[in-house]
Design a protein around this ligand. Structure first.
Ligand code: SF4
Length: 363
């Protein structure tokens, strides 16, 4: 068994920590690129959403390096994501009949025993005892929480940095070093080292910085290739960004969902505008928009793939929030045909608008 995962932001770093901790053979996905998307599009149904196509491209690239087992997260929800695993396994089986997909789903949907059985499948090739396996899982969780926290801190600090580009350089260097680190212990000491580095970035605390919340469809906002590296672009403009949906958030949300203690703040915030779950993370998008305003952001950018059903519903509600709270919200829709020039122009125009609003308030 050679295991792999599709790209999803920092998930590859956590997967590396987990597989190395369990001492099982693995392949990390290549950084997603245009050729990944082309490869995925070739084998995917034409009308399926963008994340599906990029994921299929990731699988095929990993299969070329010998991967035969993939872990994906599942959903029995009403959007197309509920069909992802069935459709993807059919595509992959045609390329390699021996390939396997392990779907990690919410215990409320598949039952606790089934979830444990699936997790057991991942670790069955590990030579370690039960206690050591649990330690490997614990360390992988520590890694994903810490990596996400470091990224959040750097993206927020980017607006205040004295030396433009400093935070982005640290973030890139940190992730690169994490991906080549040998073993979990080296990864954990890198985390310790970079926490100190992040804390010592020189900043101008008195600067009036533009703060933007990134909201929308979970895959598109977590996986930078699918959103054309929007957060990196905003860092280049000296804009601070905030985002709730990180892989570590997803893990916590999944763990708390059987007790109905997940995303309480988001649920409360979305109550007035969208009190129901509509599939995907449509409700979270609404709650996050309200919270972004409450937490002092100057605006929010919603991003989702073309044809995403839950986010289309959210998109129709966001103008009401924007009007009620006098809070600018821009929507960006991406697909394989999105042109970078037009995309960048829209982001720049939105930042200009926020800048003018801030100046007006100061005058
Ligand atoms: S949330 Fe949207 S993009 Fe994601 S799987 Fe569902 S329909 Fe597709």
């Amino acid at each position: 068994m050679k295991i792999s995962v599709p790209n999803l932001g920092n998930t590859s770093i956590a997967a590396k920590a987990l597989f190395e901790g369990l001492q099982i053979d693995y392949v990390l996905p290549q950084v997603s690129s245009k050729s990944t998307l082309e490869l995925g599009s070739k084998y995917s149904p034409e009308e399926i959403c963008l994340p599906f196509k990029i994921m299929v491209g990731n699988y095929i690239e990993a299969m070329e390096k010998g991967a035969d087992t993939f872990i994906i997260t599942g959903s029995c929800g009403p959007c197309r994501y509920g069909e992802y695993c069935e459709l993807q396994i059919n595509i992959l089986k045609k390329l390699n009949p021996k390939v396997e997909l392990i779907v990690i789903d919410a215990p409320g949907d598949i039952g606790k025993d089934e979830l444990l059985k699936r997790i057991g499948k991942i670790s069955e090739k590990s030579p370690l005892c039960r206690q050591e396996k649990l330690k490997a899982v614990y360390n992988a969780l520590r890694v994903i929480n810490a990596v996400d926290d470091i990224e959040k801190a750097l993206r927020l600090k980017a607006g205040y940095e004295i030396d433009r580009g400093h935070c982005k350089r640290i973030l890139y260097e940190f992730k690169r070093r994490m991906l080549v680190a040998k073993g979990v212990n080296e990864m954990l000491s890198l985390i310790k080292e970079y926490k100190k580095i992040v804390g010592s970035v020189p900043i101008d605390k008195n600067r009036r910085v533009i703060k933007v919340a990134i909201i929308g469809e979970i895959y598109t906002i977590i996986e930078p290739f699918s959103n054309l590296y929007i957060e990196d672009k905003l860092m280049d403009y000296g804009v601070s960004t905030m985002r709730t949906l990180y892989p570590s958030w997803w893990v916590k949300n999944l763990a708390m969902s059987p007790l109905k203690l997940h995303s309480i703040d988001i649920r409360m915030a979305s109550k007035k505008y969208l009190p129901y779950y509509i599939g995907g993370h449509g409700r979270e998008c609404i709650g996050e928009a309200v919270l972004a305003h409450k937490h002092g952001c100057d605006g929010a950018i919603q991003i989702f793939p073309f044809g995403c059903m839950p986010e289309i519903v959210s998109k129709s509600i966001l103008p009401t929030i924007s009007k009620d709270k006098d809070f600018p919200i821009m929507t960006l829709v991406v697909d394989e045909l999105t042109g970078e020039a037009g995309y960048v122009t829209r982001i720049e125009a939105f930042i200009d608008l926020l800048e003018r609003r801030i100046k007006k308030c100061i005058i």
